[in-house]
Design a protein around this ligand. Structure first.
Ligand SMILES: [Zn+2]
Length: 144
């Protein structure tokens, strides 16, 4: 896959209504499917496929950003657990699925992809509200 054809490289540009925050090393977007409330993507700005492709200082800073987003989701949605999925099999551009999980969700305690579910699509206003909630809990990320 070339970078120009990579959906993660263009996700920030393509989905303005789902933008949460632009950080120094990552873009954060809400997942359009909100079956799992607060489900976000944290996408590395650099088109790399593996953590070890990043130079150590950047890698550390990326992890701090992932951590800050997870902490904001935890504060915003009070889940029982945060799931961090870094796969990249389908789209080989470093990105995390950060998913608040609740014991009440129908797939608990299995992975989010354990079985198919019906997508939950929100109104524009509801996306904006959910995004504002996450932003409101996001602490400034300091440089590593
Ligand atoms: Zn890419």
């Amino acid at each position: 896959m070339t970078q120009t054809a990579c959906p993660m490289c263009s996700k920030w540009r393509d989905e303005p209504e789902l933008r949460v925050v632009e950080l120094e090393h990552c873009f954060v977007l809400l997942n359009r499917d909100q079956f799992f409330p607060g489900y976000c993507f944290v996408v590395a700005r650099e088109h790399v496929t593996e953590l070890f492709h990043l130079e150590p200082g950047v890698r550390g800073a990326v992890m701090e950003e992932v951590n800050a987003v997870a902490a904001a989701q935890a504060a915003a949605f009070l889940p029982d657990k945060l799931n961090y999925e870094l796969l990249g099999n389908m789209v080989p551009h470093l990105h995390w699925h950060l998913v608040p999980r609740f014991k009440s969700d129908p797939l608990w305690p299995r992975p989010i992809w354990a079985e198919p579910h019906t997508e939950v699509i929100l109104s524009g206003e509801e996306y904006a509200e959910r995004i504002a909630t996450i932003r409101g809990h996001l602490s400034p990320v300091t440089d590593y």
